[in-house]
Ligand binder design. Structure first.
Ligand code: ADP
Ligand code: MG
Length: 261
């Protein structure tokens, strides 16, 4: 469903700050894949998500979604098909708008831009959607009043309301305390199953990455250095991942960069 071909991204080319962030990436994501993305800081995970979302023009390569070349499609148009959640809980919702108005916007997006008006039926639908996170009596409250965990859970529900073809989660529980992180992760799992989502999720937790999803991709220095799925993934241990990382990266490895957490 997502086909990334020879993707290269150079930041600030031709300057002293030139940075090759992604080099000749090839990645084919199948419908229904749930991919955990790991790799040390600066390895290019977020840049890959930015490239897929259309945050910036890429330097070389092509990106196809369901066979359609989206390489030059602007970000807002891709956002109808590509849902994204960031680490920062304030990024996915508008804090100065009520929960129901935020949800109304997501609903319109799901209907590919059609405008909907608030009515009792929609309110009931919204209430049911947010009942699992205990917000059912707070439809009129401003989102700015919610905790980080509540807000991130709401963001997830809203992103799923627009039925994305592809969901990109960039350490979306990393800024939450352990209890809220667990709640949001359980909700994530529930939605992935219920909506049969295709998902790429960046995590720093290798053990979690081994347990979650059907596929694991490890990045380093702007390259994909490991891509395993199915039985091959299930057989791996954290030690295997570290060994693989050391082997692919060579001798310069120091285990202090978050890959071991
Ligand atoms: N907008 C940008 N301008 C310049 N360099 C960037 C920009 N975004 C990311 N980079 C650089 O690209 C590399 C990859 O970054 P990133 O994709 O954020 O890594 P990760 O998400 O794996 O931690 C890093 O060296 C980072 O400093
Ligand atoms: Mg990142």
């Amino acid at each position: 469903m997502l086909d990334i071909q020879h993707l290269t991204k150079v930041f600030e080319p031709g300057t002293v700050n030139e940075k090759l962030a992604l080099e000749n990436i090839d990645l084919h994501v199948n419908r229904g894949d749930v991919i955990c993305m790991i790799g040390s800081n600066g390895s290019g995970k977020s840049t890959l998500f930015n490239a897929i979302s259309g945050t910036f023009p890429i330097t070389a390569g092509r990106i196809l979604l369901d066979g359609k070349d989206i390489t030059r499609m602007p970000e807002y148009r891709r956002s109808f098909d590509i849902g994204r959640i960031f680490q920062d809980p304030t990024k996915g919702t508008s804090g100065s708008m009520s929960i129901q108005d935020n949800m109304m916007l997501s609903m319109s997006k799901g209907m590919k831009g059609l405008k909907y008006s608030m009515n009792r039926k929609n309110q009931e639908l919204f209430r049911e959607l947010i009942r699992p996170i205990g917000l059912e009596d707070r439809l009129q409250d401003n989102v700015g009043l919610l905790s980080g965990g509540q807000r991130q859970a709401l963001t997830l529900i809203m992103v799923c309301m627009s039925h994305p073809k592809l969901l990109l989660l960039d350490e979306h529980t990393a800024a939450l305390d352990p209890k809220n992180a667990r709640i949001v992760m359980e909700l994530t799992e529930k939605y992935i199953e219920k909506e049969k989502l295709t998902c790429m999720m960046v995590t720093h937790n290798m053990q979690f990455a081994l347990e979650f999803g059907n596929r694991l991709v490890m990045m380093d220095g702007g390259h994909i250095i490991l891509d395993v799925s199915g039985d091959e993934k299930r057989r791996l241990s954290v030690k295997d991942l570290v060994d693989e990382f050391k082997k692919k990266r060579g001798s310069g490895y120091t285990p202090d960069n978050g890959l071991l957490t």
